[in-house]
Design a protein. Sequence first.
Length: 146
Amino acid sequence: MRKEILVAIFIGICLGLIIILGVWIANKSLLLKKDSSGNQTEKTETINLSPTPLAKESISLEIIAPKDNSISNSEFVELSGKTNPNAIIAVVYPDGETILEADDDGNFTTKISLIGADNEIKITAYDLEGNEETKIINIVFSTAEI
């Protein structure tokens, strides 16, 4: 059994070397070209790798209520804010998610439910061009007397 393993390893190494040699020869032949006199010269290409800036505009997103890191004694809170007109807003919170559309002025309002303790609420606005803006707010729901 030991003999078969050694033979398999040897064959694998040989096949790997043959493949590497074939790739190396293929790459070398692609880089060589014949000039007008029939001599082979090395082909060189210049590739411009400078990044081009994306022409995306920014989308604005402002959360008016509730304020970040606030404490609520109610299970439901009204989330309101302002963004670009007719933008789509996705609200993800621990007890669910809501998708709504801003009005013609960019205002939006929705009611969300809270769970006991800390609630991380992620609000993302998308405009028609595919731009997006995300805000995350935290609200603590507690019925304890302070």
